[in-house]
Design a protein around this ligand. Sequence first.
Ligand SMILES: Cc1cc2nc3c(=O)[nH]c(=O)nc-3n(C[C@H](O)[C@H](O)[C@H](O)COP(=O)(O)O)c2cc1C
Length: 158
Amino acid sequence: MRVLIVYDSFFGNTERIAQAIGSALGGAPEVEVQRVTEVAPEQLNGLDWLIVGSPTRAFRPSENTQKLLASVPAGSLAGVKAAAFDTRIPESKMPGFLRFIVKRTGYADQKIASALARKGAQLVAQPGQFYVLASEGPLQDGELERAFEWARGLKIQR
Ligand SMILES: Cc1cc2nc3c(=O)[nH]c(=O)nc-3n(C[C@H](O)[C@H](O)[C@H](O)COP(=O)(O)O)c2cc1C
């Protein structure tokens, strides 16, 4: 069983979530957690599971996450089970005009999930959303535990 968790992170919050997900899934050697800039598209070949997470930046995944997803050939994730997650600011902490825009434009999680599906992956779970209290963090209390539970909920058999 090969599981790859790919994440991007500017201030370390999404990285901590990715590590929590990795530890919930049992850790190395079969479960790898890698920063998106260190992942070559060929590494996605032969995976059983691919989990991709990004901070939400301007309503979408980070540029590096978008680049990796765009570089995956169409259909090449057929047979791979996949899930997406993001980190974001709670709507209650956004100024009103941003709340208005975000209702229409959304977050990184759905965009990652759609890209994975377009490349042929089978989405097997609702995306995970994890909250930071401000742009640079910290994570809201309990988010690492929630990430751990979300990952357990994927029911990855090893
Ligand atoms: C340039 C920029 C754009 C952002 N855009 C959004 C956004 O559209 N929606 C949102 O909820 N949070 C937004 N955020 C907050 C990020 O989601 C937050 O910085 C991120 O979750 C922190 O994760 P990291 O430490 O892994 O980078 C933005 C932050 C920055 C710096």
